[in-house]
Design a binder for this molecule. Structure first.
Ligand SMILES: *[C@@H]1O[C@H](CO)[C@@H](O)[C@H](O)[C@H]1NC(C)=O
Ligand SMILES: *[C@@H]1O[C@H](CO)[C@@H](O)[C@H](O)[C@H]1NC(C)=O
Ligand SMILES: *[C@@H]1O[C@H](CO)[C@@H](O)[C@H](O)[C@H]1NC(C)=O
Ligand SMILES: *[C@@H]1O[C@H](CO)[C@@H](O)[C@H](O)[C@H]1NC(C)=O
Ligand SMILES: *[C@@H]1O[C@H](CO)[C@@H](O)[C@H](O)[C@H]1NC(C)=O
Ligand SMILES: *[C@@H]1O[C@H](CO)[C@@H](O)[C@H](O)[C@H]1NC(C)=O
Ligand SMILES: *[C@@H]1O[C@H](CO)[C@@H](O)[C@H](O)[C@H]1NC(C)=O
Ligand SMILES: *[C@@H]1O[C@H](CO)[C@@H](O)[C@H](O)[C@H]1NC(C)=O
Ligand SMILES: *[C@@H]1O[C@H](CO)[C@@H](O)[C@H](O)[C@H]1NC(C)=O
Ligand SMILES: *[C@@H]1O[C@H](CO)[C@@H](O)[C@H](O)[C@H]1NC(C)=O
Ligand SMILES: *[C@@H]1O[C@H](CO)[C@@H](O)[C@H](O)[C@H]1NC(C)=O
Ligand SMILES: *[C@@H]1O[C@H](CO)[C@@H](O)[C@H](O)[C@H]1NC(C)=O
Ligand SMILES: [Cu+2]
Length: 624
């Protein structure tokens, strides 16, 4: 069996800001194929492995390095790609790995070389960004070491720890986007993993300080984290160093990262539970045998007892995690000035005419184009700054180079959504509801859209990160500078919601993309092998770039008056007639969301692949 081959070349010596340092090329060869694994001890299942192994290799580089990942898709039956979450990909957004935005799907038997400079520091991760393959195990940490970090001399050793939700079924066997699940109830995980295992130990010595990097690499569920009888200092979130800030509990949504400094006690008589508790507010049903909280140990003494945590919190009423909006970046970057561009978005969930539950930003459910957006940029010449080129259902937003962008995200939905922006971190300048005294008070806020004439004062030095939680029925407001030409997705990181279309695409400084980006021939080979067009507009039109007649469209809205309740009733009869009640127990049925949209019926109901590569809806459309 091939094993991880990692070769490191010292390729050049570069002058960095802080003095002379060796920037090297770090190369990984990733042969991606199915392997078997049983991380929760409950079920052995097929998972996506690399070089015959799972858990996957942690990518480790130093700030300034060139990272090269030679990926071979040996899965046989799945398209794939790699997104390096949080990487700016400055001048290389074509290496960002988002299927149909920054590249073509890498088909079985195809290879692709990711190659980019890592000019940033901290805690990141990588994951598949094609056809929802990352819940099948295709995700792992990516660490950028930085000997210049202000806290570099404040710790003795470091640990990387991931947490995630885990499904016993393959994604392809979960019929989520389906007529049988009209309420869009997310699949309930089978287990929750701590560093891809359970009941594990972080072996520590007394009187030392450890840097612990925490990453939620799950597909759905946020988790609370604490260490019994220990406090810690937060020093980084999502690759942004923060002023050292004392905390004793974190809430880590999927895709978020924290680096914390933990100083151990002087005694070695006892081991301390590291406790992770699932945010069960996200789960529509809680099966009786699902373990919502896990104990792992800060192990001071391997021969002492390893006792399960006694959780004294009533999670639903008095859990109080640290509020990340209060963190101050260590670089003290000030609030960005008044924006040049404002983007106002509203999140909603709704059923479309095939009966499936979809997700929307301003009534658009992201539908992948026929040509990956970056290749439309490259082939559009002087028309590249006209949004029409990118189609209507990719929800394109053109950003001008170096504009200050303010994005207001309102939530008309009753669920929380950790939204992630590719290619950037952003300042979080407002969020409502504010954290209450208890976490679940904040989740229970009344609907409040952002009111520009009535909001709390923006922080002078706002927290920056790349994934931030949009609370139920609330809003958040972020700012960033469009200083990174490229094609960037903005999307909910709950993979189920991405599959429902909760995404849009930013085309940042298209003319600069054309100047700065070089697409290697290999990228086009990947397209040819997958049968995907790589020239022309979103409709694949190479003659008239403003003609989108043939573009992929989202499924039509329901006729006025036809409610989600009607669909549920229809589905109930289908289910009992055809399949029995099994599906209901699998998903549970949450209160159906009431339709707000009364669009006239579009006669042409298309069935296009949704979201970043998209899972096909499993059933033919139901014509109300
Ligand atoms: C990938 O691994 C498979 C076995 O898992 C092997 O058959 C294949 O030759 C490898 N391919 C490459 C390109 O390394
Ligand atoms: C891979 O993507 C191409 C283009 O979208 C599609 O035609 C093909 O069916 C996909 N292959 C698999 C195995 O999903
Ligand atoms: C990676 O990119 C750098 C900079 O463009 C280039 O010099 C180098 O040859 C590339 N390496 C590979 C393996 O493609
Ligand atoms: C977590 O898992 C990764 C991958 O297997 C491993 O490299 C790392 O050392 C583990 N962390 C701890 C604290 O054991
Ligand atoms: C990255 O590290 C450098 C050097 O330690 C530091 O100056 C810079 O502020 C860090 N970047 C962020 C975003 O924290
Ligand atoms: C551990 O011992 C050191 C040195 O004696 C002392 O400075 C420190 O405060 C002690 N730490 C704790 C947590 O008691
Ligand atoms: C922890 O999990 C156990 C078993 O799943 C459950 O009985 C208990 O209520 C949970 N405690 C909390 C605080 O969630
Ligand atoms: C470790 O724990 C065992 C069992 O409680 C105890 O006998 C031993 O003294 C401890 N060792 C240290 C170094 O504290
Ligand atoms: C965004 O909303 C604000 C406040 O409602 C409004 O002033 C502004 O014009 C809107 N911007 C856009 C681009 O719709
Ligand atoms: C884009 O093209 C359309 C169709 O020709 C035109 O109506 C529109 O004004 C153009 N937009 C820009 C920003 O040039
Ligand atoms: C301003 O916002 C606060 C807090 O949401 C609210 O209580 C108050 O009624 C608002 N005032 C106006 C004039 O809308
Ligand atoms: C990208 O590079 C340009 C030029 O070096 C720089 O001005 C800009 O700040 C960079 N953007 C990011 C996000 O690193
Ligand atoms: Cu979401």
């Amino acid at each position: 069996m091939a094993r991880l081959v990692q070769s490191i070349f010292v390729s050049l010596v570069a002058l960095l800001l802080c003095g002379w340092a060796a920037a090297k090329t770090v190369t990984y060869d990733f042969n991606v194929s199915w392997v078997m694994a049983n991380p929760d001890g409950l079920l052995e299942r097929k998972v996506v492995g690399i070089n015959g192994q799972w858990p996957l290799p942690v990518i480790e580089v130093d700030k300034g390095d060139q990272l090269v990942v030679n990926m071979y898709n040996g899965l046989g039956d799945k398209n794939a790609s790699i997104h390096f979450h949080g990487m700016y990909q400055n001048t290389t957004s074509n290496m960002d790995g988002a299927n149909m935005a920054s590249q073509c799907p890498i088909g079985p038997g195809s290879s692709f070389t990711y190659n980019f400079t890592v000019d940033q520091n901290g805690t990141y991760w990588y994951h598949c960004h094609t056809d929802f393959c990352y819940p099948d195990g295709y995700r792992q940490a990516l660490i950028v070491h930085d000997s210049d970090a202000y806290f570099a001399d404040q710790y003795d050793e470091e640990f990387t720890v991931t947490m995630s939700d885990w499904y016993h079924d393959l994604v392809e066997d979960i019929s989520f986007l389906s007529l049988y699940n009209p309420s869009g109830a997310e699949p309930i995980p089978s287990a929750f993993l701590f560093n891809d295992t359970m009941n594990s130990n972080l072996a520590v010595e007394p009187g030392k300080t450890y840097l612990i990097r925490l990453i939620n690499i799950g597909a759905f569920v946020g988790q609370f984290f604490y260490i019994e009888d220990h406090t810690f200092k937060i020093v980084e979130i999502d690759g942004v160093y923060t002023e050292p800030t004392e905390a004793d509990m974190l809430y880590i949504a999927v895709a978020q990262r924290y680096a914390i400094l933990v100083t151990t006690k002087n005694s070695t008589d006892k081991n301390y539970p590291i406790v992770t508790i699932v945010d069960s507010d996200l789960l529509d049903t809680i099966p009786e045998d699902l373990k919502l909280n896990s104990t792992n140990w800060l192990e001071y003494n391997a021969s002492a007892a390893h006792e399960q945590a006694v959780i004294t919190y009533d999670v639903s009423s008095d859990i109080v995690p640290f509020d990340d909006i209060t963190l101050v970046p260590a670089d003290h970057m000030e609030l960005l000035p008044e924006p040049d561009l404002e983007i106002n978005l509203t999140v909603s969930m709704n059923n479309l005419r095939n009966g499936n539950g979809y997700a929307f930003l301003n009534d658009i459910s992201y539908t992948a184009p026929k040509v990956p957006t970056i290749y439309s940029v490259m082939s559009a010449g002087t028309l590249a700054d006209n949004a029409t080129v990118y189609g209507e259902y990719t929800h394109p937003m053109i950003l001008k180079h170096n504009d200050v962008v303010q994005l207001v995200l309102n939530n008309a939905d009753s669920g929380s959504h950790p939204f992630h922006l590719h290619g950037h971190n952003f300042q979080v300048i407002d969020r409502a509801p504010a954290y209450g005294e208890h976490f679940y008070d904040y989740l229970a806020g009344d609907p409040v859209p952002f009111d520009p004439s009535n909001h709390t004062a923006f922080p002078a030095m706002p927290a920056r990160r790349d994934t931030f939680v949009l609370p139920p029925q609330g809003y958040y407001v972020i700012r960033f500078v469009a200083d990174n030409p490229g094609v960037w997705m903005f999307h909910c990181h709950i993979d189920w919601h991405l599959s429902q279309g909760l995404a849009m695409v930013m085309i940042e400084a298209p003319n600069k993309i054309q100047e700065t980006h070089h697409i290697p021939d290999q990228a086009y080979e990947v397209c040819r092998a997958a049968g995907v067009q790589y020239e022309g507009n979103a409709a694949g039109d190479t003659e008239d770039l403003l003609d989108e007649a043939a573009q992929n469209k989202q499924v039509a809205f329901l006729p006025a008056g036809f409610t989600a309740r009607g669909i549920v009733a229809l589905v109930f009869s289908c289910i009992s007639a055809v399949l029995g009640m099994a599906f209901i127990t699998v998903y549970g049925l949450s209160e159906p969301k009431v339709l707000q949209k009364d669009d006239p019926v579009d006669d042409e109901v298309t069935h296009e692949t949704v979201a970043a590569g998209g899972a096909e809806p499993k059933l033919a459309s139901a014509q109300g």
